[in-house]
Design a protein around this ligand. Structure first.
Ligand SMILES: Cc1cc2nc3c(=O)[nH]c(=O)nc-3n(C[C@H](O)[C@H](O)[C@H](O)COP(=O)(O)OP(=O)(O)OC[C@H]3O[C@@H](n4cnc5c(N)ncnc54)[C@H](O)[C@@H]3O)c2cc1C
Length: 286
């Protein structure tokens, strides 16, 4: 199929993009890397009247640090994330996850902002944003708004972005001594969307796992934090008790790849693998 007819405009600055978005409202779609939007247009799952191309905005580019945060511009491409030393230092779970996102051709165009705004429940980066306790930075004609990733993903392909807002950056706290992370996904073939995946971030303090965040993806309608399982593990409970708690934390769905019971089973398999990798002493308890 081919996309329905649409107008196209390339914004030259963030204020111009915001102005265009305010004028066209829900008749417009922002175009970043196009790796999710163009297939949706061609399948006629989306039929905007106008595409606002934001892919050349310098304000949305770059990876930098402040005294407290790593800031990743929304237009940072997957391949740039994968190769960035600052990301490997402060958010290595992203470095690890990105190798599982699609294939090299898609990683060379797709952007972190596009992935988060798209909020595909099977995508790796929303779950990483949850695990990393990331903050999502958005801009509208009213100014800047920053919210926690926990409040950003609201449902199936749905986010807290308002129709006149552009996601401009992602902020993550700088790495601290003792930080540990883990990542795992189960997919039929390399590059496929996962059947289930897990991005985890925590800290080893006094020989114990603390501040643990378990971001699951491809299980349920959106990326989900497994809070009960994480609380059990940080309270010194064993991996099996945490694995049992996943039944409360997650709402697995059925699809052609796997039924809900299989997904829950695979989520437990990943928990055992990822946590014992982060904290080898917990392996014996598993
Ligand atoms: C064959 C194939 C396999 C793939 N496999 C995977 C996979 O395994 N894992 C995975 O995570 N992804 C996968 N993807 C998706 C890919 O990672 C996309 O690049 C990503 O999801 C969207 O990023 P994008 O920059 O291309 O966004 P676009 O396609 O340009 O936009 C996606 C949506 O986000 C909106 N948007 C984009 N940027 C912004 C912004 N800054 N502010 C507000 N809204 C914005 C757009 O309007 C659109 O609605 C795959 C894609 C393809 C084609």
């Amino acid at each position: 199929m081919k996309a329905s007819a649409f107008d196209y405009v390339r914004a030259k600055s963030l204020p111009e993009a915001l102005d265009l978005l305010a004028r066209h409202g829900e008749a417009a779609k922002l175009l970043a890397g196009g790796q999710s939007l163009l297939p949706a247009l061609n399948l006629r799952l989306s039929a905007p009247e106008i595409l606002i191309d934001i892919s050349h905005l310098p304000e949305l580019r770059g990876i930098s640090t402040t005294a407290t945060s790593l800031r990743i511009g929304a237009l940072t491409r997957h391949v740039e994330l994968q190769n960035a030393a600052l990301v490997a230092e402060h958010a290595p779970v992203l470095t690890q996850a990105i190798g599982h996102v699609a294939h090299a051709a898609i990683r060379s165009r797709g952007t972190i902002g596009g992935s988060l705004a798209n909020a595909d429940p099977a995508a790796e980066l929303p779950a990483c944003a949850l695990a990393l306790h990331a903050r999502i930075v958005m801009q509208s004609p009213r100014g800047e708004r920053v919210i926690a990733a926990d409040d950003f993903f609201t449902g199936l392909f749905a986010t807290a972005l308002l129709p006149d807002e552009i996601l401009t950056a992602v902020e993550i706290n700088l790495a601290q001594p003792g930080d540990v992370h883990g990542f795992g996904e189960l997919a039929r073939r390399s590059g496929d969307y996962a059947i289930v995946g897990l991005a985890a971030q925590g800290r080893v303090q006094n020989g114990k796992l603390a501040a643990l965040r378990l971001g699951y993806f491809s299980i349920g309608t959106k990326a989900t934090l497994a809070t009960k399982a994480a609380a059990i593990l940080t309270a010194g409970g064993g991996i099996e008790a945490a694995a049992a708690a996943l039944a409360d934390d997650l709402e697995p769905h059925d699809d052609l790849q796997a039924d809900a019971a299989t997904r829950l089973h695979l989520a437990r398999v990943l928990l055992r693998r990822v946590i014992s990798g982060m904290m080898p002493s917990l392996k014996a308890a598993a």
